[in-house]
Design a protein around this ligand. Structure first.
Ligand code: ZN
Length: 314
């Protein structure tokens, strides 16, 4: 039983409009689901991904309108690392982001930048066998597009506190010093989370002196991908590792459990299906507001409270 890499990463935005503009128009991802927070239906939950809405390329945002800017600190993910196919892709993104007024920093095989609310991103030329997960965008040629997640980097004061849970119970494979793994440099601890189909890295870095503060531009949680049939067993493994997972929650497009790992990061384990086409035509994902069935009678009220946003796909 192996986790199939990163399923999705969920962050917080104070401004759904500029969020859609940045992730769907500038970065060229597909808005695959426009829905509301299932625990607070007066605010958006937006999902961006590749063309198929695949786990492994899915970054999602809760909108908390007017939320103050947060800051990543110990126990929080600070950078989302995406794969790209070549140095030419880094050149393309360096130019495209500069054209949007986004500052970037170029490394040997990477390009770093932040979204409009300060969430850190890195594009990395990674040599992996995984299928590229690409969205169609009129201004982004497919060979230069983002290809899904490569890694997530979190701050941890003492990452050894997480070692038993992640390595012994969740099957994360430690990547030792000196191993050839992009992103390894400077990290305190690195794990590879690889299943039969996909993999990715989970990286702990030494935290800044200032404590973190959840808010706009920070990551709320990271979800790891489980085969449908393994989900309950992962819950038992998390318990055996000392975590206190929630019951299985049905999120319609996948099933989820949540628990905090010992360094403080909120983990979710989510199933690889049923998928975003469970309640929408795959050709029209993300075009209309999708509500969980129990909120459907409140559609008019809910739509009236949400900021109208425009999907660049129309
Ligand atoms: Zn989630």
């Amino acid at each position: 039983m192996r986790l199939e890499g990163i399923h999705h990463i969920t962050a917080i935005t104070a401004d759904a409009r500029s969020n859609v503009d940045f992730y769907a128009r500038v970065l060229g991802l597909r808005l695959v689901k426009k829905t509301v927070n299932q625990d607070a239906p007066s605010v958006y939950h937006l999902f961006y991904a590749d063309e198929q809405g695949s786990p492994g390329a899915d970054i999602t945002f809760f909108e908390f309108p007017g939320a103050v800017r947060g800051r990543a600190g110990a126990g929080m993910v600070h950078t989302v690392v995406w794969r790209v196919g070549s140095a030419e892709a880094l050149d393309f993104w360096e130019r495209r982001l500069a054209g949007e007024g986004v500052e970037t920093a170029r490394g040997a095989r990477s390009l770093s930048f932040a979204d409009p609310e300060g969430l850190g991103h890195e594009l990395l030329v990674a040599d992996v066998p995984d299928q590229p997960l690409i969205a169609d965008h009129p201004e982004v040629p497919g060979e230069l597009a983002l290809q899904g997640f490569h890694a997530a980097r979190a701050y941890a004061a003492d990452p050894s506190a997480s070692a038993a849970l992640v390595a012994e119970h969740l099957g994360f494979a430690p990547v030792e010093d000196g191993d050839e793994a992009p992103g390894r440099i400077g990290a305190s601890a690195v794990y590879e989370v690889r299943g039969e189909r996909r993999g990715g890295l989970w990286i702990y870095d030494a935290p800044p002196a200032e404590p973190g503060r959840e808010g706009a531009g920070t990551v709320h949680h990271i979800a790891w991908a489980s085969e449908m049939d393994d989900h309950e067993s992962w819950r038992e493994r998390a318990i055996a590792g000392g975590a206190r997972p929630t019951e299985v929650i049905d999120r319609f497009w996948f099933r989820s459990i949540y628990f905090r790992e010992p360094s403080g990061v909120l983990f979710e384990i989510a199933t690889l299906g049923p998928g975003f086409d469970a309640d929408e035509d795959p050709a029209h994902l993300g075009e209309k507001l999708v509500l969980p069935p129990r909120f459907e009678p409140l559609r008019d009220q809910i739509e009236a409270t949400l900021t109208p946003i425009e999907n660049p796909r129309g």
